[in-house]
Ligand binder design. Structure first.
Ligand code: B16
Ligand code: MG
Length: 215
């Protein structure tokens, strides 16, 4: 039986992707590296270091320079998320969190971000979350299952008792690799491998998900 839900943050609970994009674009412009909104799509759910390496491409930088650029991008990002509020929760999130709590289902966060705690506090949902797996929790990023396995363990659950909600292809891969149920948000071209594919969480109810996962 399903006893826990693990929610990705960016693209699932809120849309911080735009802020990540603007911060990377500013850095890329300063460095004279080609980058665009289109290219940013490839960074969905991708860790800070992997994102930077993708933007840098063939250009040679020392480890110290890479570190400085990651720090700089993060400063821009942290500055830009200061005004996040509960209004920035994506449609359907509050309803689903309420229904899950009502059903006695535990909630974890499974985000690649090192800023995840700050963001959920600003969103006003920190008190609804039973466990946090974030950018500090494990070494190997998604599509490795480590982050979600860590989250399930924190909840005291087996992978098969856990449902992962993700918007990134690497996140769905990670959930399936971990032996969990996967709900993908977005186009099938991206999250089609999930057990359930939905456009977003708007109008989504636990009773419907429960029925589909038990089919
Ligand atoms: P940070 P998620 C991911 O969040 C973002 O989608 C991705 O764009 C970002 O690079 C990554 O977190 C790391 O974030 O730089 O704040 O540590 O989708 O896993 O919640
Ligand atoms: Mg995401």
């Amino acid at each position: 039986d399903i006893r826990g839900f693990i929610f990705d943050l960016d693209g699932v609970l809120t849309d911080t992707a735009e802020y990540h994009y603007l911060a990377w674009q500013k850095l890329a412009d300063e460095e004279g590296l080609p980058f665009s909104r289109d290219a940013n799509e490839a960074l969905r759910g991708v860790s800070r270091r992997e994102s930077l390496l993708y933007i840098v491409g063939d250009r040679k930088y020392s480890e110290a320079q890479l570190q400085e650029m990651m720090d700089r991008k993060n400063r821009y990002y942290v500055e830009s998320i200061q005004n996040i509020s509960p209004q920035d929760l994506l449609p359907g999130v509050v309803t689903l969190l309420d229904e899950l709590k009502q059903a006695g289902i535990k909630i974890a966060l499974g985000s690649a971000s090192k800023n995840a705690r700050t963001v959920i506090e600003k969103l006003g949902i920190a008190n609804r979350i039973d466990a946090i797996a974030d950018g500090y929790s494990v070494q190997r990023p998604k599509p490795a299952p480590d982050l979600f396995l860590y989250a399930a363990k924190q909840l005291g659950l087996e992978p098969a008792q856990s449902v992962v909600v993700e918007d990134a292809e690497a996140g769905i891969e990670a959930a399936l690799a971990g032996g969990m149920w996967a709900i993908g948000l977005g186009p099938a071209s991206r999250v089609g491998a999930a057990h359930i594919v939905l456009p977003s969480l708007a109008g989504v109810h636990w009773s419907d998900l429960h029925a589909k996962l038990n089919e």
